[in-house]
Design a protein around this ligand. Structure first.
Ligand code: ADP
Ligand code: MG
Length: 349
């Protein structure tokens, strides 16, 4: 439905977007994920029409978008700050866009009523934004965005202003809402957990370029580049060379088990990534595994995180276990994993 082809945008010496191409399907919940400053907002602003690319094409349902003024595009952009009118009631805030389009009074009333029902704010229609909680203000902003029935709703860091608990509720809410209204959502976030929990597919950005587009589970289990492996979720990374086998050849540790994601020539520079939940702690007398000492054990309720100092490795190896940990700080252990639970990827020279 939305096609972005070779879009670039420079600001002076800064390249905000560098030849970005993406396809977003109708009805998708799509996330643009990446660290701060990687160009996510710039891309949303280009789609919405508040920014013009230096090169590239953007089409929606086959129509060229870039030649259309922002208000002629069937797109809503929900800003990071919700930009609600403080002196207007919730209902007035939501009705505003429809009134500007001069829709019949009766239709406006009906649509505002429906959308407030959808976001669970019918009882608050007469309040002003200042009398609402953060989560409720967020819902007003959402209601205002969807009441116009756009083809595409763009959300820039929609949940970043909310505290953790409210954010978790709103994540569920956003998903339900998207399902219910059937509008295609493109959400920008720097929070990888948020992107994973919300989106059908995620595009990972780095320095203005798309590094990988995939479903959350694929992104997590089969990162294609070192950047993605490092940015999406916690990972233990080992440098070395491809061996031609299901193993990475490491200078410090010899052969480390892992599965190459692509055909790699033996000797090529490579990186092995293994998730903390796939690393097992075994007794120091075990036959195999990297020797180390437990630096720290942190209990998080459902899981414990154990960090192990492995001499020769620049960072502690992270291990995640269900529930409480059986080992304690200072214990001598070995860490090991199976080849099928670690991935080996090429490193660009
Ligand atoms: N209007 C602008 N003028 C100059 N530089 C800009 C402008 N907008 C964005 N940039 C720069 O472009 C880069 C990407 O910005 P942005 O798209 O806001 O990133 P993100 O949303 O991923 O944090 C940053 O280096 C930012 O400073
Ligand atoms: Mg931004």
């Amino acid at each position: 439905m939305l096609k972005i082809d070779g879009v670039s945008r420079r600001f002076g010496s800064v390249t905000a977007l560098d030849d970005v191409s993406l396809r977003i399907e109708q009805g998708e919940f799509f996330a643009l994920l990446g660290p701060s400053g990687c160009g996510k907002t710039t891309l949303l602003r280009i789609i919405a029409g508040f920014e013009t690319p230096d090169a590239g094409k953007v089409t929606l349902d086959g129509d060229d978008l870039l030649s259309k003024a922002p208000n002629r595009r069937p797109i809503s952009l929900m800003f990071q700050s919700y930009a609600l009118f403080p002196h207007m009631t919730v209902a007035k805030n939501v009705a505003y866009g429809l009134e500007r389009e001069r829709l019949p009074r009766q239709e406006i009333k009906q649509r505002v009523g429906e959308v407030l029902e959808t976001v669970g704010l019918s009882a608050h229609a007469g309040r002003r934004p200042g009398q609402l909680s953060g989560g409720q203000r967020q819902r007003v902003a959402l209601a205002r965005s969807i009441v116009k029935r756009p083809r595409l709703l763009l959300l820039d860091e929609p949940l970043s202003a909310l505290d953790k608990k409210v954010r978790a509720d709103m994540q569920l809410e956003l998903k339900r809402l998207q399902h219910e209204v059937g509008i295609t959502f493109v959400v920008v976030t720097h929070d990888q957990e948020e992107a994973m929990s919300l989106a059908d597919r995620i595009a990972v950005f780095d320095s203005g370029q798309v590094r990988q587009v995939d479903e959350p589970v694929a992104l997590y289990e089969r990162p294609k580049t070192p950047f993605v492996a490092d940015f999406v979720g916690a990972n233990n990374l080992f440098q070395g060379a491809a061996s031609g086998l299901d193993a990475l050849k490491s200078e410090e540790f010899g052969m480390l088990p892992g599965t190459p994601l692509t055909e790699l020539e033996a000797g090529a520079k490579a990186l092995l990534a293994v998730r903390p939940e796939n690393v097992e702690l075994v007794d120091e007398s075990a036959a195999r595994g990297l020797r180390g000492g437990v630096l720290d054990v942190s209990f998080y309720g459902g899981v414990s995180h154990i960090s192990v100092d492995v001499p020769g490795h620049p960072k502690p190896v992270l291990v995640a276990v269900q529930g409480a940990s059986a080992v304690q700080t200072g214990a001598k252990v070995r860490v090991r994993w199976d080849a099928q639970d670690a991935v080996i990827m090429a490193v660009d020279q």
